[in-house]
Design a protein around this ligand. Structure first.
Ligand SMILES: [Mn+2]
Length: 315
C-alpha cells in the first residue's frame, strides 16, 4: 500500500496547492499529485490551485484545469506541496482554516507551519522527490512521471546542485522508465528562455556589482526594465544562478521590483553562507543555498538592508 493511502482514508474532496509565483517543482509536485489522484482514485474529487506560470510548463497534462481563485466550499483534505511557509500559499490560503485535514509535503528548512500531517525533508532535492516516496510506483502514469521529473530537474538545476543525491538519480531513473520525453522536458523547463528573458539577463549581468572583495555579487531590475523587455515576475527565474556562476562569488543577490516600493530578493550561495538565515531576517525563507524574501523601500534601501545583514555572516 502506498503511504498516501493512509491519508486518503474516508476522504472525498481534496484541494492541492503550492506556493505563490510557482516554479517547476511547485507545478510538478502539484500536478503530479493531481494526476495521481485523478487517475487512481475515482471516488475522490480533487482540485488543484496554481498561480500564473510560464508557458513552458503548459505541456504538463491537466495544467489548464488548475484554478487560481479559491472555491468557497471546504474540502476534506488540503494537500500543500513545496510551500516553504503558510504565508506563501496564495489563492488557496482560506482553505487552510476550513479544510478537515491538512497534509504538507515539503523540503524547505524554514517551513514551521502547523498541519495535521507534516512531512518535511529539507535535505532532499525537491518536493517532487519527497512526494515520490508517498506514491505507489506502479500507479504512476507517464503524464504524472513527466510532472514529477520536471520538478526534480528544475529544483536541481538539471542534477547539478548539491541537493542532488544518489536517491534523486534513482527516483529520476524510475520516472524515466515511464517513457517520458526527458530531453524536451529539460530543454523546455530549464534551458530555453524567451528573447526578452535573455535580454533581461544580459542587462542584469552587465550592470551587476561586486562587493566584499568579490565574494558577493548584486544584480537588479526595475519595473521599467521588465516592461522594456516584456518580462514578468515568473520570467525572472534563473537570473540569480547566472550571477552566482561568477568565479570568486560566494553569495549572489538578485533584486527585482515586484511593484512600486517592493522588491523580491533572491539569494544563492555557493559553499559557506546559509542564505536562509538572511531571508528569514526579512520574513522570507527557503533553503541553505537558495532562499528568497520581499523587502520594502527603494532599490538603494533594499540593497543597503541586505548588505547590512550579509555583513554579519561574512565577517
Ligand atoms: Mn522545491
Amino acid at each position: 500500500m502506498a503511504k498516501i493511502d493512509e491519508y486518503l482514508r474516508d476522504i472525498k474532496t481534496v484541494a492541492i496547492a503550492g506556493h505563490v509565483n510557482p516554479d517547476g517543482d511547485c507545478i510538478g509536485s502539484c500536478m503530479g499529485m493531481y494526476l495521481y489522484l485523478r487517475e487512481n482514485y475515482p471516488g475522490i474529487r480533487a482540485e488543484v490551485y496554481l498561480e500564473s506560470y510560464r508557458d513552458v510548463f503548459s505541456f504538463i497534462k491537466g495544467i489548464k484545469e488548475a484554478k487560481n481563485v479559491c472555491e468557497p466550499a471546504p474540502v476534506d483534505l488540503l494537500i500543500l506541496l513545496d510551500i516553504s511557509s503558510t504565508s506563501r500559499i496564495g489563492a488557496a490560503s482560506p482553505l487552510l482554516d476550513t479544510a478537515g485535514k491538512t497534509l504538507c509535503i515539503d523540503h524547505h528548512i524554514t517551513n514551521k507551519g502547523t498541519y495535521t500531517w507534516f512531512h518535511n525533508e529539507p535535505g532532499v532535492s525537491s518536493a517532487c522527490e519527497v512526494l515520490y516516496g508517498f506514491l505507489d510506483p506502479e500507479k504512476i502514469s507517464a503524464d504524472c512521471a513527466a510532472a514529477l521529473y520536471t520538478g526534480i530537474v528544475t529544483d536541481t538545476g538539471v542534477f547539478q546542485y548539491s541537493s542532488t543525491s544518489p536517491q534523486t538519480m534513482r527516483v529520476a531513473a524510475k520516472l524515466m522508465e515511464k517513457h517520458i520525453p526527458f530531453t524536451e522536458i529539460i530543454d523546455g523547463a530549464f534551458f530555453q528562455k524567451s528573447y526578452g528573458q535573455n535580454r533581461m539577463l544580459g542587462k542584469v549581468l552587465l550592470e551587476s556589482r561586486r562587493m566584499f572583495g568579490g565574494h558577493v555579487i548584486f544584480g537588479s531590475a526595475l519595473q521599467s526594465d521588465m516592461e522594456a523587455f516584456q518580462v514578468e515576475a515568473k520570467d525572472m527565474d534563473g537570473i540569480v544562478s547566472e550571477l552566482r556562476n561568477t568565479i570568486g562569488v560566494e553569495v549572489a543577490v538578485f533584486l527585482y521590483e515586484l511593484r512600486e516600493g517592493v522588491f523580491k530578493v533572491s539569494l544563492r550561495s555557493r559553499e559557506h553562507v546559509d542564505v536562509s538565515c538572511i531571508a528569514r531576517a526579512f520574513g522570507g525563507g527557503g533553503h541553505v543555498r537558495a532562499s528568497g524574501c520581499n523587502i520594502e523601500g527603494t532599490l538603494e534601501e533594499a540593497q543597503e538592508k541586505i548588505t547590512a545583514e550579509l555583513k554579519q555572516y561574512l565577517e
